[in-house]
Design a protein around this ligand. Structure first.
Ligand SMILES: Nc1ncnc2c1ncn2[C@@H]1O[C@H](COP(=O)(O)OP(=O)(O)O)[C@@H](O)[C@H]1O
Ligand code: SF4
Ligand SMILES: [Mg+2]
Length: 319
């Protein structure tokens, strides 16, 4: 497993206020060619900041340290122009909310053709053929009519399909999907997941799939990163994380999934809340919510412990 397309090394992101706030603290991972890596954690854990760091889209007040290596370049050191060239063409992103990601004032055709125009395509007939092909690829019914409709005339699921189609249109190397199904009905979620998988496979992309919902991982992931309070707590292959989790936080996330077998049974949410970035606890970041907490947990950050070749965890209980 040594063919990374993207390597994130010691990524730390701070917001510059009167006092600097650390949003991401020393994040390390790589994305292998062709794989889907899931980043999972509750809201506020730093998943979106991780994605935005890669895309060069962090808010102005944020400063990123470390390295994000892609094709021999550190993305954190590129100019805005260089990043603009990479976005869409080499690394593209799908956001959570399909309505705000599309401009309500422009037709689907205008918005789809813009990505091709921005990357040098001019011929009107070719533009139309390419845009139509996107709608066909993502299985929008009656594509010839829908091409000239406006975002509000489509359903949420159709809009998200189109955004995924747009994201893969220029055949990038990497697609980053940040909670692409969270705003949608459960019944539509699985259609979107299978569309994502199909296009990813067909175009041979590597993917970073971000979700707060660990149950989604069994549908899309190859490997999983469990993130909490701006750090990684556990990482491993999907099967290993789902069937043999070590970190109490990962176990908590698994226990709060309404699975088919457990349907109707009592779900156990993790007590307490994700701490805000300003108020992260000392020692193990999860300790205020952990039922297994010991004296050392409030004082010392746990070391990285490998439980198998490619599965590791940060918890004082795991030795
Ligand atoms: N301007 C800001 N000032 C302070 N904290 C911020 C600011 N912007 C974001 N954060 C904090 O950064 C953390 C990570 O946010 P985010 O990456 O959006 O999390 P996720 O995508 O996992 O829900 C959150 O705790 C959020 O409150
Ligand atoms: S290090 Fe301690 S507080 Fe943290 S998860 Fe492990 S047992 Fe719980
Ligand atoms: Mg987010």
């Amino acid at each position: 497993m040594e063919n990374p397309i993207l390597t994130v090394q010691d990524l730390t992101v701070q917001i510059k206020n009167q006092q600097d706030i650390t949003i991401l603290n020393n994040i390390n991972f790589d994305l292998q060619k062709g794989e889907t890596l899931c980043i999972v954690g509750e809201s506020g854990c730093g998943k979106s900041f991780t994605a935005l760091s890669i895309m060069g889209l962090l808010p102005k007040k944020a400063k990123a340290y470390g390295k994000i290596m892609f094709k021999g370049k550190n993305l954190l050191q590129l100019s805005n122009e260089e990043l603009r060239d990479i976005r869409g063409k080499e690394i593209s992103m799908v956001f959570q909310d399909p309505l705000t990601s599309l401009n309500p004032l422009f037709s689907i055709y205008e918005q789809l053709s813009e990505i091709f125009i921005a990357h040098g395509f001019k011929n009107k007939k070719e533009l139309k053929t390419r845009c139509l092909k996107i709608l066909e690829d993502v299985k929008i019914p009656d594509p010839k009519t829908k091409l000239f409709s406006y975002p509000h005339e489509l359903s949420g699921g159709q809009r998200q399909r189109i955004l995924i189609g747009m994201a893969v249109a220029l055949e990038p190397d990497i697609i980053i999907a940040d909670e692409p199904t969270t705003a949608l009905d459960v019944t539509i979620q699985y259609e979107i997941l299978s569309l994502f998988n199909r296009l990813k496979r067909k175009k041979g992309l590597s993917a970073l799939y971000i979700t707060h919902d660990l149950s989604v991982v069994s549908e899309v992931g190859d490997r999983v990163i469990i993130m909490y309070a701006g750090t990684i707590l556990e990482q491993g292959p999907k099967e290993s994380i789902l069937n043999n989790p070590y970190h109490p936080y990962t176990k908590g996330l698994l226990n709060s999934i309404p699975s088919l077998e457990k349907r109707g049974s009592y779900l156990t949410p993790i007590p307490g809340f994700v701490p805000s970035a300003e108020n992260r606890p000392k020692g193990c970041p999860f300790h205020p919510r952990c039922l297994k907490k010991q004296a050392i947990c409030t004082k010392k950050v746990p070391d990285k412990t490998f439980v198998s070749d490619n599965h590791f965890v940060y918890c004082h209980l795991v030795k």
